[in-house]
Design a protein around this ligand. Structure first.
Ligand code: ADP
Length: 332
């Protein structure tokens, strides 16, 4: 993993990214920072450190934070209790419905709302998160047999099947191999991250089952498209989670309506309201619809998920992230 010391401090880095970059050399992944106005609040996870090391870390973190432009007050709390991590599975009945796109944007949206989010790309059939998150070609390092997630410029660290094995080989993985790799991604050194968004492969196979049984996600988000009007595949995915006792957070309708690249008007070639009605019928929440919008595809494929910006395309994603955020905060 590239050290932040070698990373240029970009002029467009957000304040929190600057603060994170200042704290990284001192506290690594032990620091969880937030900024409110001109005040930085930092939690240091000091689990396993002796008193002298803890105090030195707090002193150095305080000095580094105070040196970040715009920060007037620094508050630091030490904790030696690791946070219980919430796992959110993002699933779909079939491929190509935008599950990875939704996962990346959901992770960034939840991070923006104050969760500390890591992204796990478990999609062996098409591990696309390194590309979506702008870190294509990176490989995680391992320390004490634990994988170290790769930092992204959105503050959401990432581990992907695609970083462990070439894309055309991963597809040959079956059963235990894929499940074992997924275990390594989830049980990695996620440090202070309190939420993991897990981009599952499409369908209802071994990887999904092993994820559910071994890692007990707090909830699942199902992505579907309006074309799949009967939502037969999505229903199968929903069933898998329900039978295993994993709550369904809700259904997202992606590629819902077509946003004209010229005038922005959204039309509905496949009709409107099908997924919402299906969600109601299934007794699950409807989290929102995302239009089929060329801007979403170009931004995503260019390594800048729309939720990281303020454009119109971010709106739909942010609304969904807010609903999932409330679901988590209400006691996942
Ligand atoms: P999945 O993970 O379900 O296989 P992806 O997230 O990889 O699907 O999306 C498949 C393709 O569709 C990608 O090229 C992606 O950029 C594009 N895409 C996804 N959602 C949208 C959308 N709402 N508007 C336009 N393109 C989209």
């Amino acid at each position: 993993m590239a050290s932040v010391l070698n990373r240029p401090i970009c002029p467009d880095m957000t304040d929190i990214a600057l603060l994170d970059a200042a704290l990284e050399p001192i506290a690594g992944k032990r620091a969880t920072a937030r900024i409110e106005g001109d005040r930085a609040s930092i939690i240091l996870d000091v689990t396993g450190l002796d008193e002298a090391t803890r105090d030195a870390m707090e002193r150095d973190a305080r000095a580094a934070a105070a040196g970040v432009p715009g920060i007037a007050t620094v508050r630091i709390a030490q904790t030696s209790q690791r946070t219980r991590r919430v796992l959110i599975a993002v699933a779909s009945g079939k491929g190509g419905v935008g599950k990875s796109t939704v996962s990346a944007n959901l992770a960034i949206g939840l991070q923006g709302l104050g969760r500390r989010v890591g992204l796990v790309d478990a999609d062996i059939y098409g591990p696309s998160q390194p590309k979506l998150m702008g870190v294509e070609g990176t490989r995680p390092t391992a320390k004490d047999k634990l994988l170290e997630p790769v930092a992204t410029r959105f503050g959401v660290p990432l581990l992907s099947m695609g970083q462990l094995v070439a894309a055309d080989q991963a597809i040959a993985w079956r059963g235990p191999m894929a499940a074992n790799a997924l275990g390594q991604l989830i049980d990695a050194d996620w440090a202070a991250q309190d939420t993991l968004v897990i981009d599952l492969p499409p369908g209802t196979g071994d990887v999904q089952l092993s994820m559910i049984q071994k890692h007990k996600p707090a909830g699942a988000v199902i992505v579907s498209t309006p074309q799949d009007l009967a939502l037969i595949d999505a229903r199968r995915a929903i069933d898998l989670f329900v039978k295993a006792g994993v709550p369904i957070i809700g259904l997202i309708e992606n590629m819902a309506g077509y946003a004209c690249p010229h005038c922005g008007e959204v039309s509905d070639p496949f009709g409107r309201g099908g997924a919402e009605a299906a969600a109601q019928e299934l007794g699950i929440a409807f989290l929102g619809r995302i239009p089929l919008d060329i801007a979403i595809r170009t931004a995503s494929d260019g390594g800048t998920p729309p939720a990281s910006g303020n454009g119109g395309e971010a709106l739909a994603f942010n609304g969904i992230a807010q609903r999932v955020f409330h679901w988590i905060e209400q006691g996942a």
